[in-house]
Write a protein that binds this ligand. Structure first.
Ligand SMILES: Cc1ncc(COP(=O)(O)O)c(C=O)c1O
Length: 415
């Protein structure tokens, strides 16, 4: 067994790093710089090593037989986590203000795992009409054939959600702000109503991030997020994180992850932990630059509306101000123009805003958005062409210039 691995009394390898509870007096930026690291265990080296593991060796027959008892905390087999995975999980849980976290292989895997941990055949799920498209596809294409029915609700509903509860409703799924159109939900009101009926609240907190929205202060039970986005932050990792508020929920999630055989790659966990260390400074820059670009767009005659909760003109601004500590770099822009040919003349030659899915990396992105492809309750009826922008870490002046030249082309200037 390597010298830098601790053992518990049974001799089985065990986990030991700064736990979230031990760091509760520290501010977020400080937590980001330290939680999950344990240099004393690794020859004084600051960052935890990347453990590539399938087999884990045990010193005795008795220790090997006890490994199932240790599956929630110990290093027992590669698929159940290594010190690298645990370091990342501990760090996210600490910053998000949760009890513990589990890392999985993608954001969508986090959503799927969290949903499946709490529902069985015959149960009912309530999901915001504005959830990430693949979340909805999972409900329709995977849960429905198993006899688990989902009702979609207007994201503007607060405590009124009660009227949609059924005796068999087990999960209330939120995403705030919603995908593509960025409606802010009244999370505390929704979570309060659900808790009164012992319905588990799951929130997709990818936009809010563990820094800018604290789900457990607002009554949420389970927070899922795509670590792919701001946690990793460099457009090179697929990862999901599920953070929970109790040991019971932690065990349920761990058991479900084990059932599905989900396993994040160790190098990806390392990269995500490395990304997490700088998340506060990156996000502050994303917020400031996105606000500057959004304000500029708001004043452009070609723009009908900017969909960004951090803008005072946004319908969700009051809720955002009340509940969030910041805003990330992702927002929508509704153009007055509708002709796709003209919009392609604007978008295709952009130098800095590149066309590509995902977001949360250091670079700026732009894609068309078609909310009605996945909406049934709150159909999108505004005229115009919707674009989704991710404002990266470039200089905002350069980004604005890129868009200004794009508007010139939209208005007929040669490309
Ligand atoms: C809000 C939201 N949740 C979850 C995901 C899924 O993350 P991943 O791409 O890691 O599966 C995405 C991806 O775009 C997203 O935008």
């Amino acid at each position: 067994m390597p010298k830098d691995t601790t053992s518990d009394a049974s001799g089985a390898p065990s986990r030991r790093s700064l736990q979230p509870a031990a760091a509760s007096d520290l501010r977020d930026e400080t937590l980001l710089a330290h939680v999950g690291n344990d240099p004393q265990r690794h020859f004084g080296i600051v960052n935890p090593p990347v453990y590539h593991a399938s087999t884990v060796l045990y010193p005795t027959l008795a220790a090997f037989k006890r490994r199932f008892e240790q599956r929630y905390t110990g290093v027992t087999y590669g698929i159940h986590g290594t010190p690298t995975t645990f370091a990342l999980a501990d760090a996210v849980a600490a910053v998000e203000g949760g009890y513990k976290a589990v890392v999985v292989s993608s954001g969508l895997a986090a959503i799927r795992t969290a949903l499946c941990a709490f529902v069985k055949s015959g149960d009912h799920v309530l999901a915001a009409d504005t959830v990430y498209g693949p979340t909805r596809h999972f409900c329709e294409k995977a849960l429905l054939p198993l006899g688990i029915d989902t009702t979609y609700y207007d994201p503007a509903l607060g405590e009124g959600i009660e009227s949609l509860f059924r005796p068999n409703t087990r999960v209330l799924f939120l995403e705030s702000p919603g995908s593509l159109t960025f409606e802010v939900q009244d999370v505390p009101a929704l979570a309060r109503a659900a808790r009164a009926r012992e319905i588990v609240t799951i929130l997709d907190n990818t936009w809010g991030t563990p820094l800018y929205f604290k789900p457990f202060e607002h009554g949420v039970d389970v927070s899922v997020q795509a670590g792919t986005k701001y946690i990793a932050g460099h457009s090179d990792v697929m990862l999901g994180v599920i953070t929970v508020n109790t040991e019971e929920h932690f065990r349920r999630i761990k058991d479900t992850v084990a059932l599905y055989g989900d396993c994040p790659g160790p190098d990806d966990c390392y990269l995500a932990l490395r990304g997490l260390r700088t998340m506060a400074v990156r996000l502050a820059r994303h917020h400031a630059s996105a606000l500057q670009v959004a304000r500029w767009l708001h004043d452009r005659p070609e723009v009908r509306r900017v969909l960004y909760p951090a803008l005072p003109s946004d319908a969700g601004h009051a809720l955002w101000r009340r509940d969030f500590k910041g805003a990330c770099g992702l927002f929508g822009v509704l153009l007055r123009a509708e002709d796709e040919g003209a919009i392609a003349r604007m978008v295709d030659p952009l130098r800095l805003f590149k066309l590509g899915a995902s977001w949360g990396g250091y670079e700026s992105l732009i894609i068309p958005a078609f909310p009605n492809e996945t909406r049934t309750v709150r159909r999108w009826s505004e005229p115009g062409y919707l674009l989704r922008l991710h404002v990266g870490l470039e200089h905002p002046g350069d980004l604005i210039e890129d868009l200004r030249l794009g508007f010139d082309r939209l208005n007929g200037a040669p490309g």
